[in-house]
Design a protein around this ligand. Structure first.
Ligand SMILES: Cc1cc2nc3c(=O)[nH]c(=O)nc-3n(C[C@H](O)[C@H](O)[C@H](O)COP(=O)(O)OP(=O)(O)OC[C@H]3O[C@@H](n4cnc5c(N)ncnc54)[C@H](O)[C@@H]3O)c2cc1C
Ligand code: FES
Length: 297
């Protein structure tokens, strides 16, 4: 299946989730082609209309259902502040879904064909020739949940703006037959929680922590004795490092999603490389999900 890489999609709903020192908002977008093929852990590139902000902003897919894509965005700088001005009825330009997902088997990755290699990042977006980009059909259509071991406990850890992608993961695990008791969700916030309610629809095993209460996600893992199973984590690097130490201590498999700063967002530059045991890899193309044992954090 071929996909036009950058398309305009209509915003169906917008909502500010928290508005304090931190601002986090949600956009629901009418994007059937993206929503239908999105896998948990993948992201989209969102482009600005403003020519002073040429590079796309990578945003994780928080939910995808009935042709509707949900993005949850925290304001960090100009791009994410600009997107906050998008309201229901407005249009946004998006490319996706991109990257590897948490449940992608083995080395399966969501590759773009080689036609991107000559893209000049200094060019205005309008002149970047991405018309020939496509996503490998065999990878797009793979289901990627057949290999799940029903006896495994799945521990989902989201920190801050890493919480939202865990929602689609929890939902996908539940839909693929994993029992609610085998899905544990550990959420770490700086202060106020956001986007937490949907997790309680999937499992009772939801543990919220916050810096305000001096309790972090590793405290929750220890308190709840979550010492076996597979861990999936997305959040700030210090959190990922702490979770990696925990996973190593208990000999647990850990998959992490990296939020590296990006350039092009689809493999055409070297703006997002990370060191791995197999050399340098690109977060946007080889990731964002990696086996933690392969990544130098
Ligand atoms: C795969 C992936 C998925 C992501 N998913 C989400 C998401 O679901 N929701 C969300 O709100 N954000 C997400 N991010 C982070 C988001 O892309 C950045 O916050 C955004 O690009 C910042 O753009 P800006 O113009 O607002 O800020 P800028 O003006 O570009 O930067 C503002 C500040 O944020 C820092 N920053 C910028 N990009 C990143 C980054 N990628 N990681 C860490 N710090 C950064 C800069 O160093 C600077 O200090 C994701 C990033 C990646 C790589
Ligand atoms: S952002 Fe350009 S290669 Fe990843």
């Amino acid at each position: 299946m071929e996909q036009s890489p950058i398309k305009k999609y209509r915003v169906l709903a917008d909502k500010t989730l928290i508005h304090g020192d931190e601002i986090v908002y949600l956009l629901k977008i009418d994007a059937k082609d993206i929503a239908d093929s999105a896998r948990p852990g993948q992201f989209v590139n969102v482009y600005m209309d403003d020519s002073s902000k040429l590079l796309p902003r990578p945003i994780s897919i928080a939910d995808a259902e009935d042709g509707v894509l949900t993005l949850v965005i925290g304001i960090r700088g100009k791009g994410t502040a600009y997107l906050h001005t998008k309201k229901s009825g407005d249009y946004v330009r998006i490319m996706g879904p991109l990257g590897t997902g948490f449940l992608d088997a083995g080395d399966v990755s969501h590759e773009l064909v080689d036609s991107v290699s000559s893209v000049n990042l200094d060019s205005p977006i309008a002149s970047v020739d991405v018309t020939n980009l496509s996503v490998r059909a065999d990878l797009r259509d793979a289901s990627h949940t057949e290999h799940l071991d029903p006896a495994t406990k799945h521990i989902l850890i989201g920190g801050g703006i890493g919480v939202p992608p865990m929602r689609l993961l929890a939902k996908t695990l539940a839909k693929s037959g994993v029992k609610p008791d085998d899905i544990c969700v550990v959420l770490g916030y700086r202060d106020e929680p956001f986007y937490e309610n949907g997790f309680y629809e999937i499992t009772d095993l939801v543990y919220e922590t916050s810096d305000r209460d001096n309790r972090n996600v590793v405290d929750a893992l220890n308190d709840e004795k979550l010492t076996s199973g597979i861990i999936y984590a997305c959040g700030p690097t210090p959190m990922l490092k702490a979770v990696k130490s925990y996973a190593q201590l208990h000999e647990m498999k850990l998959l992490i999603s990296l939020e590296e700063r990006m350039g092009c967002g689809y493999g055409a530059c070297v703006g997002c490389t990370v060191k791995t045991t197999a050399g340098k890899k690109k977060v946007c193309k080889d990731g964002p999900v990696f086996d933690a044992s392969e990544v130098v954090l």
